[in-house]
Ligand binder design. Structure first.
Ligand code: CMC
Length: 441
């Protein structure tokens, strides 16, 4: 008869252990009971990059990487992208269910109440150099918000958590737009709360001398869907960062700033920027085979391809590819899309990519849309962060509600055994080989 347990025999001691299996996982604390000697350390798993360890219980996002399935709170991403709006999805992620019409009105009102930023936030942004990377501006400015809202440190106060959640979702587009206008030397445009969430964002970005900015409905909807698609992705690098920093009971602005810092890396949201850089560098369809060759030779990675969890087509990439053509109807075609399509065509037939199950991910096509809409490449990860803020705050709130302990992983120590301090004047110069281990500082 099958039992939901795992039997382990420790050959060091001959001892047998029976460990419960729950939802295809065993508890790490059970392994800790396995010891070579009663006073010795318990057994641990060695899992670099937390690749095969569940670090939390979550009810927010379901992801089946083999099947290419993504659901927020049970709803398929395709249905949400087709029928919902970003603010509704943000409600869904944070509260766990879709709002009634009256609750949605209230939620929208509550978010809009917080779209303005303190004048000093603008002065803070003015302090950045004209060519500062907007992601650096976003990370710094969101972190700085904790100094404007010291009540945010009251993380045990439900009302405070609620207000900071609204503030974060409301102010992220304002800060992103301030970073954009700063890079262009343009005056700042205050929020227009008559407009939708993405419509107001477009106004804060692109309004010039007109009295009222009227967003193009196709671009407004495209941006809204892109925010939906980026809103959450279970325990990815930045979300894990959010939960880890939050587990120390840091305030939510510090949490979101830390998460955005993780997102900025080129292996994560920073890839959106590098994809378009790569497409431009490649230049034309006839150069695609050379690019593929250099990727296969290990000289570079095909940016926007591959994923730790998806071993199938990323469902978000499929939706984004469709939106690209709707946007190009308005903006004109971005020629980089032809290079992207040819890259995808060749890669999906090539053994290197097929064997490794490398498919286009969310970042592969998004940049071609953003570029056509008038964003410089450095803004792409910032746009990713706007959508993902809803997920970060939902995951942060869930982590607190689950009363998770402070995150504190273990290590396998490979360093020196005990040695004693030698005074500076008595030390020899080290050989070049020895200094290479840590590198010259
Ligand atoms: N181009 C070429 N080869 C690749 C790529 C790629 N983009 N991605 C993975 N591989 C190869 C890699 O060389 C390795 O081959 P081998 O087994 O021969 O050594 C194999 O595939 C497995 O790669 P890995 O680095 O162990 O995979 P990972 O799960 O640690 O990394 C990843 C995932 C997303 C960091 C990686 O696929 C990558 O660097 N992709 C390019 C950057 C990118 O598009 N990032 C955005 C990710 S999706 C949005 C987000 O989460 O932000």
């Amino acid at each position: 008869m099958s039992r939901d347990t795992l039997t382990i025999i420790d050959n060091r001691t001959g001892q047998e252990y029976e460990i419960p299996i729950e939802r295809d996982t065993i508890r790490g604390s059970e392994l800790n009971k396995i010891k070579a000697s009663p006073d010795g350390p318990g057994l641990r798993t060695f899992d670099v990059a937390i690749a095969n360890t569940a670090t939390c219980e979550s009810r927010i996002t379901y992801l089946d990487g083999e099947g290419g399935v993504l659901r927020y709170r049970g709803y398929p991403i395709e249905e949400l992208a087709e029928q919902s709006s970003f603010l509704e999805v943000a409600y869904l992620l944070v509260k766990g269910h879709l709002p009634s019409a009256s609750h949605f009105d209230m939620w929208q009102h509550n978010i809009k109440m917080h779209t303005l930023v303190h004048e000093n936030v603008k002065h803070f942004i003015d302090g950045f150099r004209y060519d500062a990377h907007p992601m650096g501006i976003l990370i710094g400015t969101v972190g700085a918000l904790s100094t404007f809202y010291p009540d945010a440190k009251n993380i045990d106060d439900e009302e405070s958590r609620r207000v900071q959640t609204r503030r974060l979702i409301a102010k992220i587009p304002t800060i992103a737009a301030l970073a954009f206008r700063h890079s262009r030397g343009l005056s700042y445009v205050p929020p227009d709360n008559d407009l939708s969430y993405p419509g107001n964002f477009l106004s804060m970005l692109f309004k010039m001398t007109e009295l009222k900015y009227r967003p193009d409905p196709v671009l407004e909807r495209a941006l809204d869907v892109l925010f939906i698609l980026h809103a959450d992705h279970e325990q990815n690098c930045s979300t894990t960062t959010a939960r880890v920093v939050g587990s120390a009971h840091a305030d939510p602005y510090s949490v979101v700033s830390a998460a955005a810092a993780a997102l900025s890396g080129p292996r994560h949201g920073g890839a959106s920027e590098d994809v378009v850089r790569m497409l431009h560098e490649c230049g034309s369809v006839d150069k695609v085979p050379d690019l593929i060759k250099s990727v296969k030779a290990g000289e570079r990675r095909l940016m926007g391809f591959g994923h730790r969890v998806y071993k199938n087509y990323d469902p978000r990439a499929r939706i984004i590819k469709k939106i690209a053509y709707e946007v190009f109807e308005v903006t004109g075609k971005n020629p980089a899309i032809d290079v992207a399509l040819e890259l995808e065509r060749i890669a999906l037939e090539d053994d290197y990519f097929v064997e490794r199950k490398l498919y286009p991910n969310v970042d592969f096509y998004s940049g071609t849309i953003y570029e056509a809409m008038g964003f410089q490449m450095e803004m792409f990860p910032v746009l990713f962060a706007i959508g993902r803020t809803a997920g970060w705050v939902a995951q942060w709130a869930e982590m607190l509600a689950n009363q998770e302990r402070i995150a504190r992983p273990r290590q396998v120590y490979l360093g020196e055994d005990l040695r004693h301090y030698v005074p500076l004047g008595k030390r020899e110069d080290r050989s070049e080989q020895e200094t290479e281990i840590t590198g010259p500082y």
